[in-house]
Design a protein around this ligand. Sequence first.
Ligand SMILES: [Zn+2]
Ligand SMILES: [Zn+2]
Length: 382
Amino acid sequence: MGNAHVVRDYYGTLGVASDAGPDEIKRAYRKLARELHPDVNADPEAQERFREVSAAYEVLSDPEKRRIVDLGGDPLGNGRGGGGGGADPFSAFGFGDIMDAFFGGQAGGRGRGPRSRVQPGADALIRMRLTLEECATGVTRDLTVDTAVLCSECSGSGCAPGSAPTMCDICNGRGEVQSVQRSFLGQVVTSRPCPTCRGFGEIIPEPCRQCGGDGRVRSRRTVGVRIPAGVADGMRVRLAGQGEVGPGGGPAGDLYIEINELPHETFTREGSDLHCTIAVPMTSAALGSDLVLTTLDGEEKIEIRPGTQSGSVLHLRGKGVPRLRSTARGDLYVHVEVRTPTKLDEEQERLLRELATLRSEDVAVSTRSAGLLGKVRDAFRQ
Ligand SMILES: [Zn+2]
Ligand SMILES: [Zn+2]
C-alpha cells in the first residue's frame, strides 16, 4: 500500500477529541455505524468509511491500542482500515448479531419480553367410519375423545393449591437472558430464552401435582356428535372448542370429525347421485320383466321394458343421497347390463337357432366381416 509512514487520524475518523472518554467514543461510533452500516447504506463509499470507522473504534476502545496511538504509533500497522483488504469487521459475527448490538434487536424480528404461559390449544381430528346409508340419513353418535382438558386441581394455573408463580430471578422476569461478547465493534449482545423459566419470566415454585404445572391433563371423555344428512367421504364436521385445551389452560382448539365413507356393495356415489348396475338375462331384456332393487328408501320395483339394450340407463329421480343442508336429493342411475347365456344345452341351442333363422340373423353368427356385423346391428334395432 505504501502508506506505512502515514499515521491515521483515528480520533478524526470518529469525530471525537483526543481526550474523549470511552462512553463518548462508543456513542460516536454507534452514531456513525447507524449511518454507514452496509445493512442500511448500500453506497460503496459509505462501506469504505464504515471500515475506517470500525477500525478507529477497534483501536480507540482498546486502552492498549489507544496508548500506542497517543504515543504516535499505529497499532494496526500496514494495510488495515482505510486500505481495505484487512480483516473483515463483519467476519466475526453475523449481521443479525451486529444489528442486535446496534439497534436493540429489531433486526432479529422477535419481540421482547416474556412469553405467555397461556397458549391456545391445538385442534384435534378424529375419523368416523360411516356407511352410505348413515351418510344419507345422518347419525348421532357418542365418541370417545382423548384430548387435553383443563386441570381440575389448579384450573390451568399450574400451581399447587395456595401457591403462586414467582418472578424468575435469573432473567428478572424478562424471559430472556443476554450474553455479551466484547469485540472491536463494541458489545455484541445476543438474547436467548431464559433456560431457567423457559422464557416465561416466572417460575412455578410448587407445581400442581395433577398436571405437573402444565395446567391441563390428558383425559378421555365422551362427546355427543350429530352428523348431518348428506355428508360424504373426506368431509369434516367441526365442533368448536372441543379440541385440546392449551398450555396454562389456554382456550381449547376445535375438534374435527372426518368422515370416512365405507364402500357400498351395490351403489357407487357421485356427489349426491348414486349409480348401480343390474344384470339382466338376454331373454328378460328382449321380452321385458320387472325386478326389485333395494334402494336407500327400501325396495323399489324396476321395470325392464321389452327390447332393453345393454348399457341403457334407468333414471330414478330423487332416489339418491340428500344434499347437505337441503331438502333436495340426488338421483339414482341404474345401468343395465344384458347377459348373454354362455352354457346352452341342445334344446336351448336348437331354439335359439330357430329364432335366428326366423329373424334372418343366422348368417351373422358364422361370419365376422364388418359389413355383415353392421347389418346385424341394424337388424336388432328394428
Ligand atoms: Zn394442575
Ligand atoms: Zn427466567
